[in-house]
Design a protein around this ligand. Structure first.
Ligand SMILES: Cc1cc2nc3c(=O)[nH]c(=O)nc-3n(C[C@H](O)[C@H](O)[C@H](O)COP(=O)(O)OP(=O)(O)OC[C@H]3O[C@@H](n4cnc5c(N)ncnc54)[C@H](O)[C@@H]3O)c2cc1C
Length: 426
């Protein structure tokens, strides 16, 4: 049997159903398809992917290519619309099935449908692997997902429904194909400017599952930071106040099940605590965001959000530009926005504050903020981003009406000595 492994946000070999479900002797063709319409850099404001995430993705793909190479396989790169590329490959190489990880947002679903149509009679087989709890293990149909996180959490808690880690791939062969004209993802080819690391960046993110697993080991077993996670997770300074797993989770170079089982092992050896529990709690938030998207579809991209609220989309280009570049005059907001602009990263505390400030103080529609985060964040994930933005904007899953982040109070609480602001505003 000949199978194309169509990689999307599943860029790893460990705990990956695309490889674990192969049978010895099968022939495979692992591919990554770059759509130039998506990747070509237009301007800071009109590009889907900015320098920091592009660099992280390039490193991730290099690492995946190396890991496959060590198994005698090759990751092949193609340019074009995924469905068109797949159609051509299926026909040219007598492919029986295309395997991919199922996505849940509009463009990705459209790609899947188009691919399925074009490759027929070959079959597109989709694996549910973007969440810790697989959708078919939920104790309710997705249409009955509670709209409040706490209710969801109470229904799914009790660690029982999480699958074990998947086995490694068996020995398989490579479908042999001629060399393509591109052999890696190079951001410069799409005009994406180089990501120049700011000296003040407090973490050196490097893409790829090798780095992800290194970070996992460090966070649990070398530094034991997990034992203080809940106490430190709202921090702003330094590399270890939170796990930093999100960029690897976002492009699938780290499996959430891997984190979960590492957490359980840690608890068995060192005991459980509020701190270890809270990491599970946050991973549930990540799942919840995706389930919200599965339930509400395209409504997550509308100003009125999942509530269908009457929310006229307002913009003030000058104020927005000041917000984006960290020049609003609000020192806490500016420090956070500069960190995002210059590194591709911002803490969770920072994200909540800058989002609230854009929407509630500057009265600018959250959609614009979400789009800037999409370009800029190294850990951008469509579900986590849009669901969190809707939450802060009051058109999502927040049960409290009119939640407002008082940025002065927040700064006093989370940056009492002004060190974070001093770092980024100097
Ligand atoms: C406006 C806004 C936009 C956001 N956009 C994104 C995004 O594009 N991608 C993204 O991964 N996260 C997003 N988040 C959620 C959160 O800020 C990040 O997941 C977190 O800061 C990542 O750092 P960490 O890995 O060190 O998190 P930790 O605190 O160590 O948490 C562990 C993991 O739990 C998950 N998690 C934690 N908090 C959340 C949350 N609120 N929602 C969903 N998952 C969560 C993440 O996968 C994270 O890696 C956003 C939050 C806000 C307020």
């Amino acid at each position: 049997m000949r199978i194309i492994i169509w990689h999307r946000n599943d860029l790893r070999l460990h705990d990956n159903p695309l490889y674990a479900n192969l049978k010895a002797g099968m022939e495979i063709l692992p591919v990554y398809i770059i759509d130039p319409d998506f990747y070509t850099f237009k301007s800071d404001l009109r590009s889907r992917i900015g320098p920091f995430r592009a660099k992280f993705l390039a490193e991730t793909l290099d690492n995946l290519a190396d890991s496959l190479h060590n198994k005698g396989l090759q990751l092949k790169f193609f340019e074009g619309k995924p469905a068109e590329v797949l159609e051509r490959l299926v026909k040219e190489h007598n492919i029986d099935e295309v395997w991919a990880t199922r996505e849940h947002s509009a463009e990705e679903i459209a790609d899947e449908r188009e691919a399925s149509r074009r490759i027929a009679p070959a079959r597109l087989r989709l694996f549910d692997d973007r969440t810790l709890i697989q959708p078919d293990r939920l104790p309710f149909a997705i249409g009955h997902l509670p709209d409040v996180f706490t209710e969801f959490r109470k229904k799914v808690e009790g660690y029982s429904s999480i699958a074990p880690l998947l086995p490694e791939m068996p020995a398989v062969k490579m479908v042999s194909i001629a060399n393509e004209h591109i052999n890696k993802f190079d951001p410069a080819r799409y005009g994406i400017p180089p990501a120049i690391a700011d000296q003040r960046a407090n973490f050196d993110f490097r893409g790829g599952e090798t780095e992800a697993l290194k970070r996992l080991r460090y966070y649990f077993h070398q530094s034991h930071r997990v034992a203080t996670y809940k106490e430190t997770r709202n921090g702003l300074l330094g590399g270890d106040y939170s796990t930093r797993f999100s960029p690897w989770l976002a492009n699938g170079s780290l499996s959430p099940r891997m984190i979960y089982h590492e957490l359980r092992n840690y608890e068995k050896t060192f005991g459980s605590s509020q701190n270890t529990y809270w990491m599970f709690f946050e991973l549930l938030w990540r799942d919840y965001a995706r389930f919200v998207v599965m339930k509400y579809g395209n409504r997550i991209f509308k100003p009125g959000g999942i509530r269908n609220a009457d929310n006229p989309c307002q913009m003030n280009p000058l104020s927005f530009e000041k917000w984006r570049t960290g020049n609003t005059g609000n020192d806490f907001v500016d420090a956070n926005m500069r960190e995002l602009l210059l590194t591709g990263w911002m803490s969770n505390r920072g994200r909540q504050n800058v989002a609230s400030y854009l929407v509630k103080d500057l009265k600018i529609c959250w959609i614009y903020g979400a789009a800037w985060f999409e370009t800029q964040l190294i850990d951008y994930d469509v579900c986590s981003n849009y669901v969190n933005w809707m939450y802060v904007a009051g058109v999502g899953n927040d049960p409290r009406e009119n939640r407002y982040f008082n940025t002065s109070k927040q700064a006093a609480m989370y940056d009492p000595d002004n060190n974070y602001r001093k770092l980024w505003l100097k």
